[in-house]
Design a protein around this ligand. Structure first.
Ligand code: SAM
Length: 235
């Protein structure tokens, strides 16, 4: 065995300030990410040629669950949250080495405050997650046309209609200039019904849930099978 330590190359900034409601996998919401590089390991040449690739693999550390360790078996949301599966047959955050892997859209390099940053979208990653590597997605090798995942199907991801109260629309409009994607982001995230699996069959849930996206606290409920965004407050 060859123990090997990993140094983050930077961190990714995303709208997801808490784990609750982050999509289970990438590209389920059009969520932006901004990779900020660590000056000690980064050189702008490292990104030379990256514009040739529409999609990238991001390797990152599940830093917020590292302290929980891992177990051989994990509860898989696709199995209703009760049945267990092997950690290596899952995309659980609780795994040896705590590494995450997401394929995201390459939205280009830009300069922010004099620093090179890499923009991506479709992230399922918590704000300020340490990034350890970036690799191009190679369709000829990474896209397996006859691949099957049997029990893990997109049909296991809820897709509810999302409505907004007038109050919520007003707040979104007030911030259109800075957050042009806010309406779409909230819709994408809440359509997946982030409630715990055992709650997801409840079509009229009196509980008001809150999710934080960017600096906004978004309040929502499930009524008549739809998500209703009742209020949005700047935190
Ligand atoms: N696509 C990645 C993979 O397969 O390795 C991540 C899948 S994992 C099931 C996605 C979940 O990880 C998100 O819904 C969120 O709850 C959690 N997550 C994202 N970033 C995290 C972090 N830095 N620390 C702990 N959990 C994180």
């Amino acid at each position: 065995m060859h123990p090997h330590s990993i140094i983050p190359i930077g961190e990714i900034h995303t709208p997801f300030k808490q784990k609750f409601a982050i999509p289970r996998q990438p590209n389920l919401a059009n969520a932006p990410g901004l990779i900020k590089f660590d000056a000690d390991v980064f050189h702008p040449d490292m990104l030379r040629g990256i514009e040739q690739f529409s999609h990238l693999w991001i390797v990152f550390i599940f830093h917020q669950t590292l302290d929980k360790g891992y177990k051989p078996l994990v509860k898989a949301p696709r199995l209703g949250g009760n049945e267990k599966t092997g950690v290596f047959a899952s995309r659980s955050t609780h795994r040896p080495n705590g590494l995450g892997l997401s394929v995201v859209k390459n939205a280009g390099i830009s300069l922010k405050g004099g620093q090179t940053v890499l923009k991506v979208s479709g992230v399922d990653i918590l704000h300020r997650t340490p990034v350890v590597d970036i690799k191009p997605y190679l369709p000829y090798a990474d896209c397996i046309k006859d691949a099957d995942a049997f029990l893990a199907q997109p049909t296991h991801i809820p897709h509810r209609g999302v409505r907004f109260s007038e109050m919520a629309i007003k707040v979104i409009k007030q911030h259109t200039h800075t957050y042009p994607d806010l309406y779409e982001l909230i819709s994408d995230v809440l359509a997946q019904d982030p409630r715990p699996a055992y709650k997801q069959s409840n079509e009229n849930d009196a509980k008001v849930y809150k999710v934080q996206l960017y600096q906004f606290d978004v309040a929502w409920q499930v009524t008549n099978g739809e998500v209703l965004v009742t209020d949005i407050v700047e935190a």
